[in-house]
Design a protein around this ligand. Structure first.
Ligand code: C2O
Ligand code: CU
Ligand code: CU
Length: 418
């Protein structure tokens, strides 16, 4: 224990929230009725977490994207916390600045628990990111935005079982940070938005009114090597994409709308702000690019099937089966294939315990906004995506599709790092 250690108690709990006129909606959350406050982790600090389960069923506390020392800290299905019980984990934060998240992960009820509301953002800060001219005034010019969707049934309740779809549960109402139809008061010319797709299955095609251009600066687990200008952004389940929006051409009273396809998500109300001429440096981040020994074979993963028949490499997940063994610190190329031809679903492929680099898509260069470190990558129908990865901690780690019903349905496997 040192003065720089940080302590958090995180309680998974039930609650209720006034989301619509009439009855409150029954929800779950972390230290809150729904979702949870963003946790801020500083690189170099040791974190002590007291994880408490006040739910009526078993849960786990998975740190999606955090570099953790092993499977228990990772909080996948190997680290259950039973009702009324708790678990303590500690680890040192040692990874580049990123936006990661906490969600429940008890297989096979991950999807239902996340649907109830067990998801929260976490920001990792480091000195390099702090040295760059980026907005980072939380809640003022730096906003986490958790994108989800729900269907409201009788008495304003969510009904996971009634909405169940083995290809992923979705609803018609966008829920943004656990709210409906939100607005944001813009008081600075530039605003940083840290998007997280926390939906069970929905991908979002983000764009602004007036086709307002924006700049992407980060992906899942790091800043991008270079800022990328765009006016449309696809985000699939569990991915994070960080952008900076410049509202410089607007005046007080104007409104800018963020859409996904033609569905409005957030209204940005423009207020008075000081001009901001900050220029982003052309290089934001240098990703490590370790060499691959040409004698190490490419490992192939297939994402197979649809609905109840989903599988990975032809098999459904089994907690007591190790699907692959991998030496500690060995750099490998993995080829991930979505075996459903177009127009099938995109599978957002996620790995625990590592940060990977996207090498190619069907032999072509990756998209410019996926050149940083990633933990989740969208695999299009029929496509092969090559990634480069290595593990620097031993243990058993899962990898799976992050359409959460596909994960719970068995499109998941686990490897052991030795
Ligand atoms: Cu977001 Cu297996 O995790
Ligand atoms: Cu994860
Ligand atoms: Cu999938």
């Amino acid at each position: 224990e040192t003065a720089t250690d940080m302590y958090y108690t995180i309680v998974a709990q039930t609650g209720e929230v006034q989301l619509l006129p009439g009855q409150k909606t029954k929800t779950w959350g972390y230290n809150a009725p729904l979702l949870g406050q963003t946790v801020v982790f500083k690189r170099g600090k040791t974190i002590h977490l007291h994880l408490v389960n006040h739910l009526p069923e078993v849960t786990t506390f998975h740190w999606h994207g955090l570099a953790i020392p092993g499977p228990i800290e990772d909080g996948g299905c190997h680290a259950p916390v039973y009702p009324g019980q708790s678990r303590d984990v500690s680890f040192k934060i040692n990874q580049p600045a990123a936006f990661v998240w906490l969600h429940a992960h008890p297989c096979p009820s991950t999807a239902e628990q996340v649907w109830h509301g067990l998801a929260a953002g976490a920001i990792v800060q480091d000195e390099h990111e702090a040295s760059l001219p980026l907005p980072r005034n939380y809640g003022v010019d730096d906003l986490p935005i958790i994108l989800q969707d729900r269907r409201f049934h009788e008495n304003n309740q969510w009904d996971y079982r009634a909405d169940y779809d083995p290809d992923g549960v979705a609803g018609p109402t966008p829920m943004i940070n656990g709210t409906i139809n939100p607005y944001f008061d813009v008081t600075t010319q530039k605003v940083r938005l840290r998007f997280l797709d926390g939906a069970n299955r929905r991908e979002w095609r983000l764009h602004f009114s007036d086709d307002l251009p924006f700049t992407q600066i980060a992906g899942d687990l790091s800043l991008l090597p270079h800022p990328v200008k765009m006016n449309k952004l696809l985000i699939t389940c569990a991915e994070r994409q960080e952008i900076i929006v410049d509202f410089g051409k607007y005046k007080p009273g104007d409104e800018v709308i963020l859409y996904s396809d033609d569905v409005p998500l957030i209204h940005f109300r423009i207020h008075e702000f000081k001009p901001d001429n900050t220029v982003l440096p052309n290089t934001l981040y240098q990703r490590p690019d370790p060499e691959v020994d040409p004698d190490v074979p490419v490992h192939h993963v297939t994402l197979d099937g649809m609905d109840e028949s989903v599988a990975m490499n032809g098999k459904k997940f089994k907690m007591d089966r190790i699907d692959f063994k991998m030496p500690l610190n060995q750099v490998q190329i993995w080829d991930i294939c979505n075996t459903n031809p177009a127009p099938g679903m995109i599978h957002p492929y996620h790995m625990h315990g590592t940060a990977f680099e996207v090498i190619s898509r069907d032999g072509h260069a990756p998209y410019p906004n996926e050149l940083g470190l990633k933990d989740t990558v969208a695999i299009n129908p029929g496509e092969h995506v090559k990634i480069k990865l290595w593990f620097d901690v031993p243990g058993v780690f899962m990898y799976h599709c992050h359409i959460i019903e596909h994960e719970d349905g068995g499109m998941m496997a686990q490897l052991q790092v030795i």
